[in-house]
Design a protein around this ligand. Structure first.
Ligand SMILES: Nc1ncnc2c1ncn2[C@@H]1O[C@H](COP(=O)(O)OP(=O)(O)OP(=O)(O)O)[C@@H](O)[C@H]1O
Length: 453
């Protein structure tokens, strides 16, 4: 089992000698930055676990390049700066980039951070790179053995024990709700409710009532008292999914309650106190969403005490085929069958970019499982990102004779969801059902698979 690798790019010789003496540093093989290449390129060339970077004289574009680098998902970063206000660095930190220490550097704190990383990295280093394993590492509800996932596990573990609000940022289907659920499970609130709402699906007329509840007779049709999500989640965690899809005028309602933890049921003069931890999620880039008027900046600051970035599936290496085998194994165990992948099918799965992330992969496996008799082959794998050939479109599903109607419905729903890039409103429209019905069906499928998990 090799030692984890620490890369350091330090500008002042004094900082370097202090750093190299701290005990936490002794757990690592160390690589010093060379002057021949920019440090970002050096990180790309080495299998680095932790990078300590002293920032100076960077352009705005440099910061954008760092934030967009795939390395952000894999490497634990400690940034050092002289401490002047730096909006570019603030933006980078808001993406969940890692730690930032300002001059004068507190070597004890840096040491603690290194010790912490070393402990986690040594525990997990023997488990990396298990190609094609169907026994991927797991943390809470999350499955995956890649470096990117281990970095995520460490962040989730740390934030779970605090009571900070969290903003989870990640592409559609990358596992944001699973991260939110895992935070709840690893927190002190675990025995209290976890309530999830999709902010994009709240009906404009009922938003107050959905959030804060109403008393009997508050409006026409309010035949009985209704508890809003803040009350339902009391003592526990409230997950605000797709928070940037909420109209701005509704976002202000959330802001108010986050500011003073108080709310009122519709039709009631009584103020209630909320004891709820908020975990929100978005698949938009928060700074872009603020710029484009999708996200109130003040709400962003309230929510993003702790931003967490969920890596897209394409940055998770062998987890792609590992997850495919994981889903297949659990499906086999539920059905008491032993279907397998052909080598070509597994290779195709591993090569794909999966723009719909784990959800798209999971649905593709589910669909292939239903369509294949024993061996899942390339022909059973529907990859929405591939161009359909001219005489066969993605709509031409080969339906095996005797396929059950409920399974047929499931295939149709998954396919529509993939075609609409995971957008549930568009999917529901396409299928001619209400968004609520779609949610109910998807949550039924989730329950089926999680009882298998
Ligand atoms: N690491 C993982 N291990 C196992 N299953 C996963 C993982 N990540 C996601 N999934 C599965 O992928 C599906 C999508 O996950 P989830 O709903 O958490 O994604 P999301 O990012 O919240 O999606 P959306 O942006 O549409 O809200 C779920 O079925 C979930 O169980």
């Amino acid at each position: 089992m090799g030692r984890p690798v620490l890369f350091y790019h330090l500008r002042q010789p004094q900082t370097q000698s202090q750093l190299l003496q701290v005990p936490g540093c002794q757990h690592f093989n160390k690589i010093a930055s060379s002057v021949d290449q920019p440090w970002l390129a050096q990180l790309e060339d080495n299998a680095v676990d932790v990078a300590i970077i002293e920032l100076a004289n960077l352009s705005q574009q440099d910061y954008v390049d760092i934030a967009n680098s795939e390395l952000m998902a894999d490497i634990e970063f400690i940034f050092l700066s002289e401490g002047k206000p730096n909006p570019n660095l603030d933006k980078l930190m808001a993406t969940g980039a890692g730690y930032h220490f300002r001059q004068p550097y507190d070597m004890t704190l840096i040491d603690d951070t290194l010790q912490d990383f070393a402990q986690d990295l040594v525990v997990n280093s023997g488990k990396r790179n298990q190609p094609f394993s169907s026994e991927l590492d797991q943390y809470g509800l999350l499955v995956g053995s890649s470096r990117a996932m281990h970095k995520l596990y460490r962040t989730v573990r740390k934030v779970a024990v605090t009571d900070s609000n969290v903003l989870i940022i990640g592409e559609s289907g990358a596992g944001k709700e699973l991260v939110a659920n895992t935070i709840h499970l690893a927190s002190d609130r675990v025995n209290e409710p976890f309530i999830a709402i999709n902010c994009g699906a709240l009906s404009p007329e009922l938003v107050d009532s959905e959030l804060f509840g109403h008393v009997k007779g508050a409006f026409t049709g309010a035949h009985r008292e209704h508890a809003g999500v803040f009350e339902q989640a009391e003592g526990g965690t409230l997950f605000l999914d797709e928070v940037t899809e909420m109209p701005l005028e509704h976002q202000v309602k959330l802001l108010r309650v986050l500011e003073n933890n108080e709310y009122r049921q519709v039709g009631s003069p009584q103020v209630k106190k909320a004891n709820v931890r908020i975990v929100a999620a978005t698949n938009r880039d928060p700074s872009m969403a603020i710029e484009n008027g999708h996200f109130r900046e003040d709400l962003y600051f309230r929510l993003a005490h702790f931003p967490i970035r969920v890596p897209p599936l394409r940055d998770r290496g062998n987890d792609i085929s590992g997850l495919a085998q994981h889903f297949l194994a659990y499906r086999n165990s539920a059905e008491k069958l032993s279907k397998t992948f052909s080598d070509d099918a597994l290779a195709l799965i591993q090569q794909q970019k999966w723009p719909g992330n784990v959800r798209e992969l999971k649905h593709a496996i589910e669909r292939a499982y239903i369509l294949a008799d024993n061996v899942i082959d390339v022909s059973h794998i529907n990859i929405s990102s591939l161009e359909p050939s001219s005489d066969q479109t993605e709509d031409d599903v080969q339906i095996p004779t005797g396929m059950r109607l409920d399974e047929l419905e499931k295939v149709a729903i998954y396919q529509a969801l993939e075609q609409s890039d995971g957008n549930k409103n568009d999917t529901a429209k396409q299928l001619g059902i209400s968004v609520k019905t779609l949610y109910n069906k998807l949550s039924k499928y989730e329950d089926q698979t999680s009882s298998e998990d």
